[in-house]
Design a protein around this ligand. Structure first.
Ligand code: F6P
Length: 329
């Protein structure tokens, strides 16, 4: 260990918000990297709820055996309303003090980092964020843990839908996750050759969608796939189908909502490696004396972003990919 490292004796790690494939790999990396530096680790069950309600479990290198390939999170996850209150955060800080915890590693999305940032500001808790959400909507990292897995899960499903759509010469509206962002919708639409992608980032003109689908009909397309991000302002695939189905009765339209299937399953190799890098990096940056930062990977290099910056705005879609999807459909 280098002389410049800060003495970190005990850390806590939690997963919070919507789970994503690779969270387990990140927990494993935190625990094993800490063990390497003789740092004691407490896992906190059920995210911030467990931080408030004292659900701390001591972890060692064996407690994270055989989890790198598993979806979900062994620490469980939750969205805690209580933690949004000052009282809740005060109780959480008291628990951290009770266990002599020097720092917290918070694995999750922007809601998770907002919580960790407040805990730091109000109670001086050292905190590092590890970005994990299938939505990929966090700036300061090229990809979030779980995005690649969710993308491939959704793509696999869409490919299967294309087979049956083609067999029956049908139109399918497929809804993918993405509450505020269209990363999954955009990239699955390119990778599956979907006819149209509807994204929360772009205003959807339903008349224009109908016109485009009609043009494709004239081109003798036998099946059509429209990928709809759940956060698109049309209100999702069911609502869109209600608005356009009468115009395409010859297509025998069907709707398929992929839903939470996209959150589960074994993480891809890419997510496992990303989670391993980021989990270990979180421990390292705490030892280097950083706090209120998020670790990320940008252009294949580790990068630190202040948490307040990471939560200040959503990551933007690559406009050249939006154009590409339109050219190639
Ligand atoms: O943030 C990830 C996400 O999967 C979103 O894409 C989706 O809108 C949301 O979580 C669903 O959350 P819940 O599991 O609480 O319904």
């Amino acid at each position: 260990m280098s002389e410049d490292l800060v003495k970190v004796k005990t850390i806590a790690v939690l997963t919070s918000g919507g789970d994503s494939p690779g969270m387990n790999a990140a927990v494993r990396a935190v625990v094993r990297a800490a063990a390497q530096s003789k740092i004691k680790v407490y896992g906190v069950k059920h995210g911030y709820y467990g931080l408030i309600h004292d659900e701390f479990v001591e972890m060692d290198t064996h407690s994270v055996s055989n989890i790198i390939q598993r979806g979900g999170t062994i620490l469980k996850s939750a969205r805690s309303e209580e933690f949004r209150t000052e009282e809740g955060r005060k109780n959480a800080a008291e628990n951290l003090k009770k266990y002599n915890i020097d720092a917290l590693v918070a694995i999750g999305g922007d809601g998770t980092f907002t919580g960790a940032n407040l805990l730091s500001k109000e109670h001086g808790v050292n905190a590092v964020g590890v970005p994990a959400t299938i939505d990929n909507d966090i700036i300061g990292t090229d990809e979030t843990i779980g995005y690649d897995s969710a993308l491939n899960t959704a793509l696999d499903a869409i490919d299967k839908i294309r087979d049956t759509a083609d067999a029956h010469e049908r139109m399918f509206l497929v809804e993918v996750m993405g509450r505020d962002t269209g990363f999954i919708a955009l990239e699955t639409s390119i990778a599956s050759g979907a006819e149209i992608a509807l994204l929360p980032e772009e205003l959807t003109n339903v008349e224009e969608v109908k016109r485009q689908l009609n043009n494709m009909l004239k081109e003798q397309r036998r099946s059509s796939l429209v990928v709809v991000a759940e956060g698109d302002e049309t209100g999702g695939a069911i609502k869109l189908a209600e608005r356009i189905k009468d115009d395409f009765s010859q297509y025998d339209m069907r709707v398929c909502i992929l839903g939470h299937i996209q959150r589960g399953g074994a993480p891809t190799a890419r997510d496992r490696v990303l989670a391993s890098r980021l989990g270990a990096a979180a421990v390292k940056v705490l030892q280097e004396g950083h706090s209120e930062v998020m670790v990320g990977v940008v252009n294949n290099s580790l990068k630190l972003t202040p948490m307040r910056v990471a939560i200040s705005k959503k990551k933007e879609l690559d406009h050249s990919l939006i154009e590409l999807a339109k050219i190639l459909r």
